[in-house]
Design a protein around this ligand. Structure first.
Ligand code: AQP
Length: 346
């Protein structure tokens, strides 16, 4: 009863333009983890509305992210695929965490600073409290491992701080309920491999991002083979041939990015790619990357298209996943209410 079983939780926002960074940094890793963990993969629509979303587009993007999960190889029968807003535990626990987390902690979050920009006063309260909701997403299931891209590292550290403070603040009640080692686990981030931070194809110092105004900066999971080829051909590079050792990539962000993408798509590491292509001109390497990207991404794009054409089927998968997620969260939330001192079952 004391130690939670190994369990993976991760989420992707339905904010449009799912890209290669989302795939290599997150979704492809979700697929791999299915064989070793019990997994919950969530379309985090409540996170999405922290910035304005057109309701019609939100519905479409929610189904598209679910389709991407399944097309990439996640099995929604063996594991749980659902959208966040269908399980009330996320919002309930987030409120409790709003009262556990400190303002000073949230003030340090770089993602809020980047997203709110200069117009901070006009940002939603939800955008500010986003990391508390993310902690709730994970801890409502007492998840022990979270696969994410590098950009989410700071939020996961905050999740651990929240879990620790909750465990300390309510230590007596928690022990009385039969959890001598604390109630919430200190969740481990799973950030590894050659593509934890895929960069823009137009600027190797900027993260590949859904909201970049230039479509040429990213490969979308909905791009066809010709579009993938065009974007890789136009990707910014330098005039030098590829180096033979990884050290030679340190001051060449665009080259490092393309080699990292190749390595991740090939299931190899950077030295192995340089072993093969070190000394080659970009014209040769880019063609190899185009061939590999099309080979790996086209079947996913095709399957996503097929799945989104049947929204009823996807909605059924999400409803079934939400039922099972609710059942997992229910006993955890019942204990949380007791621990905090709320009267009644909720
Ligand atoms: N460039 C990236 N490289 C590696 N991993 C990435 N992730 C996002 N961008 C990269 C990972 O994808 C998962 C889901 O991300 P999200 O839904 O939270 O979306 P995001 O991080 O907001 O995506 P963007 O593209 O960065 O959106 P905007 O433009 O709004 O800032 C996470 O695990 C994330 O780490």
């Amino acid at each position: 009863m004391t130690k939670p079983a190994p369990r993976v939780f991760s989420g992707v926002q339905p904010t449009g333009n799912l890209h290669l960074g989302n795939y290599l940094g997150a979704i492809s890793r979700f697929v791999t983890l299915q064989d070793s963990y019990e997994c919950l993969y969530c379309v985090v629509d409540m996170h999405a509305i922290t910035v304005w979303q057109e309701p019609r587009e939100l519905r479409q993007s929610t189904r598209e992210v679910a389709a991407a999960f399944i097309a990439a190889g996640i099995d929604p029968k063996r594991h749980i695929v659902f959208n966040q807003s269908q399980v009330a535990a996320h919002a309930e626990l987030a409120w409790i965490f709003n009262c556990v987390a400190r303002l000073g902690w949230l003030n340090r979050m770089t993602q809020f600073k980047e997203k709110a920009g200069k117009d901070r006063e006009n940002a939603s309260v939800g955008l500010y409290a986003y990391p508390n909701l993310m902690a709730a997403d994970i801890l409502a299931y007492r998840a022990t491992h979270v696969p994410v891209g590098e950009d989410q590292k700071q939020h996961l550290e905050l999740t651990r701080d929240i879990a620790q403070k909750f465990n300390n603040d309510f230590a007596e009640e928690i022990a009385a309920l039969g959890y001598p080692d604390g109630f919430f686990p200190l969740t481990e981030p799973l950030i590894s491999g050659p593509a934890t931070r895929v960069m823009s194809l137009r600027d190797g110092t900027k993260k590949m991002s859904k909201s970049d105004p230039s479509d040429l900066s990213r490969i979308n999971l909905t791009d066809d083979a010709d579009t993938i080829a065009r974007k890789i051909r136009k990707a910014k590079t330098d005039p030098e041939p590829l180096p033979t050792e990884a050290k030679g990539l340190e001051t060449r962000p665009e080259a490092a990015n393309l080699v990292g993408i190749y390595a991740a798509l090939a299931g190899a590491d950077v030295p192995a790619v340089l072993n093969q292509y070190g000394g080659a001109q970009f014209s040769i390497f880019k063609q190899a990357l185009i061939d590999l990207a099309v080979e790996k991404l086209s079947p996913i794009t095709g399957e996503m298209k097929r799945l989104v054409a049947d929204p009823g089927h996807i909605d059924g998968i999400l409803a079934d996943g939400a039922d099972r997620a609710r059942a997992l969260a229910a006993p955890i939330m019942a204990d949380v209410r007791k621990i905090v001192g709320f009267v009644g079952g909720g």
